[in-house]
Ligand binder design. Structure first.
Ligand code: MRU
Length: 366
């Protein structure tokens, strides 16, 4: 993606040997690069959400292993690094997937070769993510074009999205936003309703930032507005990302996704989920089994914003004595999902649908 006229990925190895990331806790007000030099710093970046979004969490974990190998390439160090990173965030399955990839690549290597191999395997994981997201964009574009045709090919295609499933959540392109970028670039008149996505506001601060940087028309809405817009015919299609999709097509994504899917079902608005295959948990069939992250209630009770003087400040927004519950994700049952858009194409949200695209997982699929 281009920012200030320059192409950026969300994570890369710098000439200084460190792992460079865009610090997403500073966006949209400040574009700052942070440098990770140890596995502990990589774990902190994931936990504190300097990096977030399922594919990027996986990519950062892969580089975290590489940083651990640079410091100490023993079996013990590899096992400790994998354990530390695995505990950072529980829901996005890309984390476990990337760690398993790294451990499988490094275990057979002599310790002297491990650091180089780890950095190159992490770079391969990033490159593969970019290719998958680009491909999701192409398949999603076909879905958007069909939908635009259904509404007579006139006016604007109004797309609703929740949270941030754009390039900031991945290495480049994004999942749910990739078709939007492809559509905009192809001249399809697309406009995006951006759910604010409380409590951390990934929609308002990250999705809006990305879309603005790319010149895509968009409007931020409070999270509870989508149902009303759907009832009024102002949403043509909804598209979100996923942190974990089960083998039967249940989709776990940022909390609030389920309510949007229910409203879309009731109002007959097509509801799509865009995901790379690294987000599919073939070992799990029922979405109810997915571990759901619960985060610090301070993310609800306090909010960061820019004051009129330009300073970033944190303020409390409700009575300190009130209890708060901060659940990070929810599960949308497959029956509410119109289709899954993957790097291999679009399929029904079902076991048969997924296996038609990924037959090599037939044995593993729960
Ligand atoms: O808590 P976050 O910001 O990591 O949650 C991110 C999401 O819910 C995204 O929709 C999901 O990771 C898909 S990203 C391509």
């Amino acid at each position: 993606m281009r920012i200030f006229g320059r192409h950026f990925r969300t994570i890369w190895r710098g000439d200084d040997g460190g792992v460079h990331i865009i610090d997403q806790t500073r966006l949209p007000f400040a574009f700052e690069i942070a440098v990770l030099n140890s596995v502990e710093q990589a774990a902190h970046a994931i936990r504190s959400m300097m990096v977030r979004g399922a594919p990027l969490i996986g990519a950062t974990a892969a580089y975290g292993i590489a940083l651990a190998m640079r410091a100490d390439a023993t079996d013990d160090s590899l096992a400790r690094a994998a354990t530390l990173l695995r505990k950072t965030r529980p829901t996005a399955v890309n984390l476990a997937w990337a760690l398993d990839q790294m451990v499988a690549a490094l275990s057979p290597c002599p310790p002297g070769d491990r650091a180089d191999r780890a950095f190159s395997r992490a770079a391969e994981i990033c490159d593969a993510d970019v290719a998958q997201c680009e491909s999701i964009g192409r398949h999603g574009l076909a879905v958007f074009e069909k939908r635009f045709g259904e509404k007579g090919g006139k006016g604007t295609l109004n797309v609703l999205t929740h949270c941030n499933a754009g390039w900031l959540a991945c290495v480049d392109w994004g999942t749910a936003l990739a078709p939007i970028y492809k559509a905009h670039d192809a001249g399809l008149p697309v406009h995006v309703w951006v759910d604010e996505t409380r409590p951390r506001n990934q929609g308002a601060s990250l999705t809006a930032y990305e879309l603005g940087a790319h010149g895509v028309p968009h409007t931020i809405i409070a999270d509870n507005t989508g149902g009303h817009l759907m009832q009024r015919g102002q949403v043509d299609i909804a598209i979100v990302g996923s942190d974990r999709t089960t083998s039967r097509g249940d989709v776990c994504n940022k909390v609030g996704t389920y309510l949007k899917a229910l409203a879309a079902f009731d109002t007959k608005v097509p509801f799509y989920v865009a995901l790379p295959s690294t987000t599919i948990d073939w070992s799990m069939s029922d979405g109810a089994a997915i571990p759901i992250e619960e985060r610090d209630a301070r993310e609800l009770s306090h909010i960061i914003g820019r004051t009129e003087t330009g300073a970033l400040e944190t303020v409390a927004i409700y009575p300190p004595e009130s209890a708060a519950l901060n659940i990070g994700f929810d599960v949308t049952p497959a029956r509410l999902v119109t289709g899954l858009i993957t790097e291999r194409g679009t399929c029904p949200a079902s076991r048969d649908g997924l296996l038609a695209l990924f037959p090599e997982h037939a044995r593993a699929a729960a």
